[in-house]
Design a protein around this ligand. Structure first.
Ligand code: HEM
Length: 128
């Protein structure tokens, strides 16, 4: 009896696509995030969809196309401050709610993403 993956639990590609769409619509409008993301988020969205598919236990789509994720390394060109980490997570929390992802998946997913987001920080906030 194989344990169900998070990927299957939430409903696979279709739900993940909704989540990623809603998430980047929020990122594009967030004053702390907008400045570091490209204007056209098509490719960003596509890669994130691939990454989250494998992160949640689905097929390894990201690695098949781009190799090892090395996420912290790939984020080094961008100043990821505590403020931006919180902004990223607030967009994700809103997207999880808006996509109607149910418990316990919603909380499990949020916790896993919060840990990863924490690991992505590479720059302190500027002092006022
Ligand atoms: C790429 C910001 C956290 C997964 C990017 C890009 C930015 C960014 C600016 C480049 C977009 C592009 O050039 O297309 C941030 C910020 C975060 C954060 C501010 C706050 C902590 C995360 C987390 C994950 C993640 C938690 C995974 C769970 C990715 C992936 C890419 C990406 C898969 C594409 C990498 C590639 O180029 O192949 N992120 N990110 N990010 N991010 Fe994040």
């Amino acid at each position: 009896n194989q344990a169900e993956t998070l990927y299957d639990g939430i409903g696979g590609q279709a739900i993940l696509e909704q989540l990623v769409d809603v998430f980047y619509r929020r990122v594009a409008e967030h004053p702390d995030l907008k400045p570091i993301f490209p204007e056209d988020l098509t490719e960003t969205r596509r890669k994130q969809q691939q990454f989250l598919t494998q992160f949640f236990g689905g097929p390894p789509l990201y690695t098949e196309e781009h190799g090892h994720p090395k996420l912290r390394y790939r984020h080094l060109p961008f100043e990821i401050t505590p403020t931006r980490k919180d902004a990223w997570l607030s967009c994700m929390a809103a997207a999880l709610t808006e996509t109607d992802i149910e418990e316990p998946y919603k909380s499990i997913i949020y916790e896993r993403l919060a840990l990863t987001a924490h690991h992505m920080m590479n720059t302190p906030d500027k002092e006022k």
